[in-house]
Design a protein. Structure first.
Length: 365
């Protein structure tokens, strides 16, 4: 029976796409351990404790940000394992030292997106070179690894993300009334974006959607745009200024942070999920929207293309062309895609059970 060590930055103490991927992995590893297919231990740098829905506490250790202790302990434990799963390239030092001390150790590394598209340190490059398997979240990320870091194609597996194991398969009924009341909406078309509103990133594309709202309002005069997600002060000021300059104050609402409990309701409230990003490694929000029967608009210049099944769960646009964003958004608002078909396609391709089988094949075979 293979012994597996999983090391991560954060699973439960922070929110974001990478944390969702990490939680899904922990749930799979815990299941495989219970089924006596592997023996697993998980070390996570920033977390304090496990969420037992995903992994038993005796198989998880959180280090509360104590980086030196986390690194030393992870290296020491890796030497007693058969497989090391490295959930982020920023943990490269663990892999390099463990692999040097134990060359037979099988190293599997996650490549989520933008963190491996940029220039890497020498130790990060060595980690990629020494890895047995690199899991690229999208075809775009695989291509970036090959072109920018000369990684051998044969060791890269395109490994798209999945829905959270506890993401509900909702009934496709009417829009949630309590959210309509909260945002003072009537029976009107709604666009929704969920993203971290960060002044240091600014690649999600919600500003591009705001800029084309006047054109959309000519066709859909009562259209409303909800932008969900926590914003830093600088980005909030920038977006509010753009909204005012564009003259769409009555048609845009910044919702702030959206809780997990209300997430699927927000997707169902929308007629289309729109995120013409240029920096998505994958984009879990696209598949979450689809799981709620909501079609997505995504850009065609990053990993988003692997999270949207073209003309089935959404449509791709040229995210550098405002006219393309406008036209594709209008098509989605015209309900060309059936919500029942969207939901079925998402659960078939990105469901947790399929993900579990792929990880099992990777670790157990």
């Amino acid at each position: 029976m293979k012994k597996v060590l999983y090391v991560g930055l954060s699973c439960f103490s922070q929110t974001g796409g990478i944390e969702k991927v990490n939680r899904a992995w922990l749930k799979v590893l815990d299941n495989l351990h219970i089924d006596n297919k592997i023996k697993v231990k998980a070390n996570v740098l920033l977390d304090k404790s496990a969420n037992e829905k995903y992994i038993a506490t005796n198989r998880f250790e959180g280090f509360k940000g104590k980086k030196l202790l986390f690194t030393i302990k992870s290296i020491s434990q890796a030497l007693k394992k058969d497989i090391l799963v490295l959930s982020h390239i920023n943990l490269a030092v663990i892999s390099v030292i463990a692999k040097w001390l134990k060359p037979s150790l099988k190293v599997i590394i996650h490549a989520h997106g933008i963190e491996v598209w940029r220039p890497l340190s020498s130790i990060q490059k060595k980690t990629l070179a020494d890895a047995n398997v690199i899991l690229a979240v999208s075809r775009f990320t695989k291509q970036q690894l090959i072109e920018k870091h000369k990684v051998e194609s044969r060791k890269i597996i395109v490994f798209p993300n999945c829905l959270d194991p506890f993401f509900p398969k909702v009934e496709l009924n009417s829009k949630p009334q309590y959210l309509k009341e909260r945002y003072q909406l009537r029976d009107q078309p709604v666009l929704f974006t969920l993203a971290r509103l960060s002044s240091s990133e600014q690649y999600k594309g919600y500003d591009k959607v705001i800029e084309i709202l006047p054109a959309l309002l000519e066709k859909h005069p009562d259209l409303h745009y909800l932008i969900g997600g926590k914003a830093d002060e600088a980005e909030k000021e920038r977006i509010e200024k753009l909204i005012k300059e564009t003259g769409v104050q009555k048609h845009v609402t910044l919702t702030g942070f959206v809780t997990d409990e209300e997430l699927s309701d927000h997707y169902q409230l929308a007629d289309a999920f729109v995120m013409p990003s240029e920096g998505e490694g994958f984009g879990i929000s696209f598949i979450e929207a689809g799981a709620c029967g909501t079609p997505s608009l995504a850009g065609n210049r990053d990993g988003s293309a692997d999270a949207v099944i073209e003309n089935q769960t959404g449509m791709l646009c040229d995210n550098r062309d405002p006219k393309s964003i406008e036209e594709i958004t209008s098509k989605l608002l015209s309900r060309q895609l059936n919500p029942v078909d969207i939901q079925a396609a998402i659960f078939e391709k990105y469901g947790f059970e399929q993900y579990r089988e792929k990880i099992s094949d990777l670790l157990v075979a």
